[in-house]
Design a protein around this ligand. Structure first.
Ligand SMILES: [Cu+2]
Length: 356
């Protein structure tokens, strides 16, 4: 080996472990979006299927690779060897290598089909059913009203579910294809406009699980996230009751001013956002803001919900989420006459902080 070849070999030997670090880090079991840390029956069945297929593939690899290596070594040509005997066709061998892969396919297909049907058919069709609607670039969640009056309780980007219970999920989209994915709870199912899909989920442990849109849906696709909060039945019931209540009228003067702006002709927030209890704010383009201050994050899980971030979101949503429809379509960002002053933003934020 000449010295430059040796040097490049050594370079690779040093570089490879470094290149492997991101790969190994991606597999870290505590990763919040790891499918290897399955926390519910759906995710567990999918993980088991993965392992089943993985080991079937390992089996095929070892057998095929092993035979190949053995043949290569055993029948390799040695110096002075004459031409080998020529043969054409070998019926038993050909039948064998047709049946063997067919058996491998059966071993893979049977559990695959069983898992697909298990995941598709809810074990409890009467359990809590939530409608998920995908929007560019956020998630709408609709719950049946706790009073059973047929109304929907609408919220966004933070999905609360009772822990240890089956939850049925209807999936739909307002605009383009999206995909609903909570890696620790269930594999992705697409949100298809005009063609409702279904899945069921169950979280076996309380906690927060990250979710993510998993079907490229435009500019801000990577920033279309959500959170699942799995909590005890009583906590969940209390949450749903609170969400079902209309917003209270603000008493603080600054917040009152913010409400007037929100519902006024200059800012026109009402045209895209609903605040239950307000007769004016009935917009459907953006997330329901009736209880926005109760949510941990805004802008589809991208930033924490606090006073400073709300300010920044209203002042310049584009700086948080490139491409967002709020920036694209709200007149306050394109019409200099409507541009919000610092005082306007402060009043709007004060109003939003009363929506809890
Ligand atoms: Cu997407």
């Amino acid at each position: 080996m000449n010295s430059s070849r040796r040097r490049s070999t050594r370079l690779w030997a040093a570089l490879l472990p470094i290149l492997a670090i991101p790969l190994l880090a991606a597999c870290y079991p505590d990763n919040p979006q790891s499918t290897f840390d399955a926390v519910g029956p759906v995710a567990k069945s999918q993980l088991n299927l993965f392992y089943w297929i993985f080991w079937a593939a390992v089996f095929v690899f070892v057998v095929v690779g092993g035979i190949l290596m053995w043949i290569t070594l055993r029948f390799r040509r040695k110096p002075g060897d004459p031409d080998p005997a020529q043969t054409h066709g070998n019926t038993p061998l050909e039948i064998g290598w047709t049946i063997a892969p067919a058996l491998v396919l059966v071993v893979i297909a049977v559990p695959t089909v069983l898992t697909i049907f298990d995941n598709l058919n809810s074990p409890d069709p009467d359990a809590l059913t939530i409608d998920v609607v995908g929007h560019q670039w956020w998630f709408e969640f609709r719950y049946p009203h706790p009073d059973g009056n047929g109304d929907a309780v609408v919220t966004a980007n933070e999905l609360h579910i009772p822990v240890g219970e089956v939850v049925n999920v209807n999936l739909d989209s307002k605009d383009v294809l999206h995909s609903f994915w909570i890696p620790k709870l269930a594999g992705k199912v697409d949100l298809v406009p005009g063609n409702e899909n279904f899945m069921w989920i169950q979280a076996d442990e309380p906690g927060e699980y990250l979710g993510q849109c998993a079907e490229f849906c435009g500019e801000a696709h990577a920033l279309m996230k959500f959170r699942v909060v799995a909590e005890s039945r009583s906590e969940f019931d209390a949450w749903l009751t609170a969400e079902a209540a209309p917003a209270q009228d603000p008493v603080d003067p600054l917040a009152q001013q913010g409400k007037a702006l929100f519902e006024g002709g200059k800012a026109q927030c009402w045209s895209c956002h609903t605040v239950a209890g307000s007769s004016k704010s009935r917009g459907q383009t953006g997330p329901d803001l009736t209880h926005v201050w109760n949510r941990g994050h805004i802008a589809a899980g991208v930033i924490e919900n606090n006073q400073r971030n709300l300010r920044q979101w209203i002042e310049d949503p584009q700086s948080i989420k490139q491409g967002t429809i709020m920036f694209r379509d709200a007149k306050i960002y394109s019409d200099p006459e409507r541009k919000l002053t610092d005082a306007d933003v402060a009043a709007l934020v004060a109003y939003l902080q009363t929506l809890k």
